[in-house]
Ligand binder design. Structure first.
Ligand code: EPU
Length: 424
């Protein structure tokens, strides 16, 4: 439940950013490639991490969670079948396919689920696995993939679509394939370079991660040798807090983050009139002087370093409060604007041009409503909208927010927002 600020700018203090969901889930999947236990730190306490831990335990790994540290011992893995029930709720489960196939010679997994943001096919994963010599069969929405005798072989893979998880899953598989693999048109997201650094420190030979061409010389199972891998900060959480601050801060600092990873948002908001001071690991936002208008801007979601689709929904909330007309074009996912209907119910002026394009006119004051979070990112956008609205809002289905954000209500309360969790 949220008591809105009715447009007042009162948030103050410091809000630290946790470790990145979309980095830690891949490091967890990578543990399958190891011959010894893997220790991850700065792990956020979020539902998706618990689901990935359950998937790994289901394979036979031992997963121990202590505070923000996670130890995964892969030595007990006997199964190569990824649990159906959990996978259907977690898109990141598909990243596991590459390492299981590479390490054990076969893998079975269901079509992965996730959010309601589009159909989310996996065709380019399958094409990639075939290029490494594997055979793919499909029965009852279950994929069965088998490596050739002697294991996966290095290959030349050109992705016809830039995909984050396909780049990661194939990079992981190639780490244990024989010979050299080259990934062309790979995704550039910082989580990929971060994953490659972790693997390289443990014996992998990956070059070019973070660029569009990645080469991997395959080798033996990796070894962590007791070294911990610290999860990078979550750039989507940082960007979402930045948007909240732009709308409601008196003087708020977002700490433990890497502003460089959200440079596009920082620049857009600064040009729009938001008072931002970015350091190396923190961003400070101060309220604009009285009477100063914040301006709108157009966005077109794009692969990194373009405008992240995961920041699109919170940014739309900002644009409802900014002056003028702003156009938003969601180019990555087909159904990632449906949540805007609820912002309209709160008072936003949004015209839907087509399923991937909207026009926003602002500023339009928002009023509290009962809302149901449809996915992680729209769920947090609703929370931001509720905090700046007039009156009370109730957000149902907070599981979606808990999937990606650790104890969000406590952290927002600590900087002055009136957010409480109501058990139902
Ligand atoms: N695509 C295909 N075929 C494939 C794979 C992808 O057509 O085999 C298409 C998708 O349908 C989409 C486009 O390629 O239109 C790009 O999707 P991508 O594969 O890059 O997305 P993803 O890897 O499934 C990751 C994040 C998403 C984030 C996107 C884009 C994880 C677990 N998920 O998804 O994060 O939006 O990259 O940056 O890393 C979130 O955290 O809320 C989230 C949805």
């Amino acid at each position: 439940m949220v008591e809105g600020l009715a447009g007042a700018r009162t948030l103050r203090g410091e809000i630290p950013v946790r470790g990145a969901k979309n980095a830690v889930l891949k490091a967890m999947a990578a543990s399958v490639l190891f011959a010894d236990p893997v220790r991850l730190t700065n792990v956020p306490n979020i539902e998706d991490v618990s689901r990935m831990a359950e998937l790994l335990s289901g394979l036979g790994a031992t997963v121990t969670h202590r505070g923000r540290a996670l130890v995964i011992d892969p030595r007990g893995i006997r199964s190569t079948t990824v649990d159906r029930g959990i996978s259907e709720r977690l898109r990141a489960s598909v990243v596991l396919a590459g390492p299981i196939l590479a390490r054990f010679g076969s893998v079975s997994f269901p079509h992965p689920g996730g959010d309601v943001i589009g159909p989310r096919p996996i065709d380019i994963f399958l094409t990639g696995f075939r290029k490494l010599g594997a055979r793919v069969t499909v029965s009852d929405r279950h994929y069965h993939i088998r490596a050739p005798k002697g294991g996966l072989r290095g290959g030349d893979i050109f992705f016809n679509i830039v995909s984050v998880t396909a780049t990661e899953s194939l990079m992981l598989a190639a780490t244990l394939a024989k010979g050299r693999t080259t990934l062309w048109n790979a995704a550039l997201e910082p989580e990929i370079a971060h994953l490659a650094e972790f693997l390289n420190r443990s014996g992998a030979r990956i070059r070019g991660a973070g660029t569009a061409t990645i080469t991997i010389d395959g080798g033996k199972p990796l070894r962590a040798r007791g070294r911990a891998h610290r999860t990078m900060p979550d750039r989507i959480e940082a960007g979402s807090f930045l948007i909240l601050a732009a709308l409601a801060a008196k003087d708020l600092s977002i700490t433990d983050c890497e502003p460089e990873h959200i440079r596009i948002l920082v620049e857009l908001l600064r040009d729009a009139g938001v008072s931002i001071t970015a350091g190396k690991t923190s961003i400070r936002v101060r309220a604009p002087r009285r009477g100063k208008r914040l301006e709108g801007f157009n966005i077109r979601t794009h692969e990194y370093p373009g405008f992240a689709t995961d920041l699109q929904a919170p940014t739309v909330v900002y644009l409802t409060q900014a002056a003028g007309q702003s156009a938003v074009f969601e180019t990555i996912f087909e159904n990632r604007l449906n949540y805007t209907a609820d912002l309209v119910r709160m008072g936003a002026d949004i015209t839907v041009w087509d399923p991937q394009r909207i026009l926003i006119k602002g500023p339009a004051p928002l009023v509290g409503r009962e809302l149901e979070g449809p996915d992680i990112r729209a769920g947090l956008a609703y929370l931001i909208a509720a905090i700046i609205a007039k009156g009370r809002s109730v957000i149902d289905n907070v599981y979606h927010i808990d999937r990606g954000y650790e104890r969000i209500e406590e952290r927002l309360r600590a900087v002055g927002a009136d957010v409480t969790r109501v058990e139902s």
